[in-house]
Design a protein around this ligand. Structure first.
Ligand SMILES: [Zn+2]
Length: 410
């Protein structure tokens, strides 16, 4: 009798519930705790919370609870079914677990806390959970969090693509740039991938949006144009995405030129790939001086590099007219450079110019979500066993969504 009371207190079981039996299975390292209830109890209908008489009991179920004294602890009970005059016969809510969970709320809280800090494998090993159980806990946590998310007003969004499975698959991620959290994740990077996001917003939320940072990627543009009022004023092509395009072009020029030079026995460009991509602070003094010489040489690569540097000055202007003037000057230079990769990029930039210059008004880039991106990288590396995209999506919401994930403990 004493161990019943002890377990009742340890487990926090309160009336009308009580511990009726405790079974210690030493060999399995398990404690099985059987719960029952007082007989004269009225039960709340799960729909309307009206107090209703007991109809009967569902078949016995079990829930994994927090370990007691290192014994895996399992609760057993037959959930009562109440007879509500309005809603009919319903299984009542149990104080220790959410419906359909095989774990108690306290156990899920523990698992969620651990999963936030450690890899899925470590948590699975330590708590003796299967992949499916870990994913189930995360899935429920995310559903809970998304359902609780308040209808907050969000001014600046970032739309980003993430590669998944070594670039074979993509996810579209929508970030809240001010609060640094993920709002939405969808498979692929099609227009339809982003289309689904807009319907999660109310009309007021949609109107509140001031700007959206995105890559120069037509499907995203189309989705934004189709759903966001005054989209033309609000779309901002990401500065770093443009920089990446220009770096690629510089590298193309360098590769071709390097090949030609090597044939003549000239090794000036050999092994310099990353010098053209990195900032001044990444050089030591000697290396910087050597690179400066290369930069000032009459090599085609040096010209391409100067073009890309000048293009990036667009982001330093305060006024659109001055920025326009700078671009026109740059564009003439670029298109007369006889450097095919740079001419291609110049044409790409001129066709996207209006929504590059919207940066001057909104000042947003997807780099604002750099902390989210590094978290997503962490998720990718620590969370193995993604059998499908859904698990990866869930893990992103779980770690980067800023959601209230915990089950309500009673
Ligand atoms: Zn009811």
């Amino acid at each position: 009798m004493q161990d019943h009371q002890l377990y009742q207190q340890i487990l926090g079981i309160t009336a009308p519930w009580r511990v009726e039996n405790v079974e210690l299975q030493l060999n399995e390292g398990e404690v099985h705790v059987y719960l029952g209830h007082e007989s004269q109890t009225l039960w709340k209908c799960p729909e309307c919370e009206a107090l209703c008489p007991l109809h009967d009991h569902d078949s016995e179920r079990s829930w994994r609870h927090l370990d007691t004294c290192q014994y895996r602890t399992i609760l057993h009970a037959a959930p009562p079914r109440a007879r509500c005059p309005v809603h009919g016969v319903r299984v009542v809510r149990l104080p220790w677990a959410e419906p359909h969970s095989r774990f108690t709320a306290l156990f899920e809280r523990l698992a969620i806390d651990w999963l936030k800090a450690a890899s899925q494998k470590a948590v699975a090993d330590r708590l003796g959970l299967s992949w499916d159980e870990v994913h189930g806990i995360m899935d429920r946590a995310v559903k809970r969090g998304l359902a609780r998310r308040e209808q907050e007003m969000i001014a600046y969004l970032g739309v980003d693509e993430k590669s998944f499975r070594k670039g074979h698959k993509y996810l579209t991620v929508v970030n809240d740039l001010s609060r640094g959290r993920v709002l939405y994740v969808a498979e692929d990077r099609k227009q339809s991938s982003l289309d689904g996001f807009w319907s999660t917003l109310t009309k007021e939320q949609l109107e509140w949006i001031e700007g959206v940072a995105l890559d120069m990627w037509a499907p995203y543009e189309q989705s934004i144009r189709a759903h966001l009022p005054k989209a033309e004023e609000k779309m901002v092509f990401d500065k770093f995405h443009v920089a990446k395009h220009l770096s690629e072009a510089v590298d193309k020029v360098r590769r071709t030129e390097n090949k030609e030079l090597l044939e003549e026995g000239d090794e000036r460009l050999k092994g310099t790939k990353f010098d053209w991509l990195k900032g001044r602070d990444k050089f030591d003094l000697a290396a910087w001086r050597a690179f400066c010489q290369l930069r000032r040489s009459n090599l085609r690569t040096a010209r391409a590099w100067a073009l890309s540097e000048q293009a990036m000055k667009l982001w330093t202007f305060s006024y659109e007219r001055a920025a326009h003037k700078h671009f026109n000057w740059w564009y003439r230079w670029a298109t007369r450079s006889r450097l095919k990769p740079m001419i291609d990029k110049a044409k790409m930039l001129i066709s996207h110019l209006p929504n590059i210059l919207t940066y001057l008004k909104h000042g947003i880039t997807n780099a604002t979500s750099e902390s989210i991106n590094s978290k997503i990288q962490w998720v990718k590396y620590t969370a193995r066993g993604f059998r499908n995209c859904d698990n990866f999506k869930n893990a992103i919401y779980f770690h980067c969504g800023g959601l209230d994930l915990l089950p309500r403990s009673t």
